[in-house]
Design a protein around this ligand. Structure first.
Ligand SMILES: [Zn+2]
Length: 343
């Protein structure tokens, strides 16, 4: 396995790390947008996090790596389903996948290709799974999502939201599970995402090259140490990564019992009203992100402290342009928070 830079060894970038942790605990959050300059290691956190997650049980021969407790419609899964009660399907352990979506990938490559001729003449299911199939139960990473065609971004967000990929061609249809966390990176200087697409992403974070001397030195030191001897470097960070893994596993278990009191919902709504965000997606994301954070922190219910930490990544990409207000979106969210939560 190619080694990835340990998640815990990433210097700074706290908001990005938190956003990806939240998405790993609560995939319903709807994906993460990462804005930042080139060379700020935007995909490093995703790869690092996937690498530290526990490997998953998958049905042997299933193209989609289905979990034995939620088999899909493929031949291997159907055979597993037909087993006598009590018999367990054969499984293997697979790592959490991180799939890169290259710019210029065709739709067939992304969603999978249906060979109509073979299907019609030979009556066989001639489906070649695409990148979405490979991303099932993991992460789909798109570098420079702002350069991808709108219809493809739309499609990816639809699949990420529904957890299922449906391909329909001339009366034939294939469907398979495709539950993944969508992470898109963007370079603000190279084209913008339409506001309708921006709004469909759950969280957005901004990463910058650190502008503090000590931090920059530390980034270079760790990068160099990793590239010289990645195994030794990884071994040094194993303990910290294991801590993160335990937090995620515990948070996933705790999430269904984590409460969101009405007062927290009211706060979330007040904040969105103060900012004038359209629709209810802002509140919904804010609530889910705060709940996931409470679960990560081991708290029984959502409080102001959780809401405050997740408000900027939940809301900053949903603000309408205000011609009278030239301040950045992060400042606007912070100002609204001061109004709603008090100083
Ligand atoms: Zn299957």
């Amino acid at each position: 396995m190619a080694s990835s830079f340990p998640f815990s060894a990433i210097v700074g970038q706290d908001e990005m790390k938190l956003a990806i942790l939240i998405a790993a605990v609560e995939p319903a959050i709807g994906g993460v947008l990462v804005f930042g300059d080139r060379g700020t290691g935007k995909s490093t956190a995703v790869r690092g996090l996937a690498a530290l997650l526990p490997p998953m049980q998958a049905v042997v021969d299933c193209h989609y790596g289905s979990d034995p407790s939620e088999v899909c419609g493929c031949d291997a899964c159907l055979a597993a389903k037909a087993l006598k009660t009590g018999a367990r399907p054969r499984t293997r352990l697979i790592p959490v996948p991180v799939v890169d979506l290259p710019l210029g990938a065709t739709e067939d490559r992304v969603v999978g290709a249906l060979d109509l001729e073979r299907a019609l003449t030979q009556g066989v299911r001639a489906f070649e799974p695409g990148l979405l199939a490979r991303a099932h139960r993991g992460f789909l990473y798109i570098d420079e999502v702002n350069l991808l065609e709108d219809h493809l971004v739309d499609l990816l967000i639809d699949v990420a939201a529904s957890g299922e990929n449906v391909i329909e061609r001339e009366g034939l249809s294939v469907r398979h599970p495709a539950r993944f966390v969508l992470v898109g990176s963007g370079n603000p200087e190279e084209g913008e995402l339409r506001p309708q697409l921006l709004d469909r992403f759950g969280l957005s974070v901004e990463v910058k090259t650190p502008n503090e001397l000590g931090m920059r030195v530390e980034v270079i030191k760790r990068r160099d140490a990793f590239e010289r001897d990645s195994a030794a470097f990884q071994a040094r960070w194993d303990k910290e990564d294991a801590k993160v893994r335990r937090r995620i596993v515990a948070a996933r278990k705790r999430l269904p019992e984590t409460r969101v009191p009405d007062v927290a919902l009211e706060r979330a709504a007040q904040l969105c009203m103060q900012l004038g965000t359209d629709g209810l997606r802002g509140e919904l994301t804010l609530m889910r992100a705060a709940r996931a954070l409470a679960a990560i922190d081991g708290d029984p219910e959502v409080t102001d402290a959780h809401l405050k930490r997740v408000a900027p990544p939940s809301l900053r990409h949903r603000l309408r342009r205000d011609p009278l207000d030239e301040s950045g979106s992060t400042e606007r969210v912070e100002r609204a928070m001061a109004e709603v939560f008090g100083a």
